[in-house]
Design a binder for this molecule. Structure first.
Ligand code: CTP
Ligand code: CA
Length: 227
């Protein structure tokens, strides 16, 4: 249930979120994916609905229920590959805030086989890869202005194994976004707990270890003040 005590800090705002992993086909039965559970992105979707926003959640393959579906305040688009996620996101880009929470595959298989590759057909397939589009970068490039304010406000996520702050700052600049949220992996992958480092022009701020939903609510409050 949406809490009566939740402040409607995003009333009238449109929030777009990518969440979960992507899956890149090798052939009709195999593919390449990653460990993203989708939980952080879905928690942000829930927190945004609680805050009064109209939410569009674009989800890669993950086994999670759409949060607060009964409110009618959330639309979900399920996608499989990074290319599909890119197309769905660009189509929905007219939003006030964009959260790029998905763990998007950086590469896809150049020529996925139309039929299952048989074990005996060759020694081992030589897979060639091509780079996937950068959804966050393309969203950041397409930022527009309304009443002197840029939109959507683009928030990136960085899951790093080492040097979180340095890597996250580099991504903030490379992607030209106003905020990046870092979390140290891999121990939080799939967990209900997380620990975040929020980096923007004002500096960096730690959100102590807590349930992903609690952190999502804090993040929403923080961003609502900035837009
Ligand atoms: N991202 C995206 N599209 C991609 C790759 C990443 O939208 N093709 C977004 C992610 O959703 C995340 C941010 O970019 O918000 C950072 O993703 P990350 O994988 O950490 O950064 P990369 O630029 O891909 O760099 P690397 O994987 O080399 O660390
Ligand atoms: Ca990446």
């Amino acid at each position: 249930l949406v809490s009566f005590f939740q402040k409607k800090v995003l009333a009238g705002k449109k929030v777009l979120i990518t969440a979960g992993p992507t899956f890149e086909a090798i052939d009709p039965v195999r593919g390449i994916t990653n460990h993203s559970s989708g939980k952080m992105g879905f928690a942000i979707a829930r927190a945004a609905v609680e805050a009064g926003a109209q939410v569009h959640l674009i989800a890669g393959p993950c086994d999670l229920e759409t949060p607060l579906a009964a409110t009618g305040k959330i639309t979900r688009t399920d996608v499989v590959s990074a290319k599909e996620m890119h197309a769905a996101t660009i189509q929905a880009s007219d939003s006030d805030i964009f959260f790029a929470v998905a763990a998007v595959a950086d590469w896809s298989v150049a020529k996925p086989a139309k039929e299952k590759i048989k074990r005996q057909s060759q020694k081992a397939p030589d897979l060639a890869f091509v780079a996937n589009p950068d959804i966050l970068l393309d969203m950041a490039k397409s930022v527009k202005t309304k009443a002197g304010k840029p939109y959507p406000y683009c928030v990136g996520f960085a899951a790093e194994s080492t040097n979180l702050e340095a890597h996250a700052k580099e991504k903030l600049q490379r992607k030209g976004i106003p905020m990046i949220v870092g979390n140290i992996g891999p121990e939080t992958f799939g967990s209900d707990l997380n620990q975040l480092l929020i980096i923007d022009a004002q500096g960096s701020k730690k959100l102590a270890k807590a349930e992903k939903l609690q952190l999502a609510r804090q993040l929403i409050e923080l961003i609502a003040k900035k837009i």
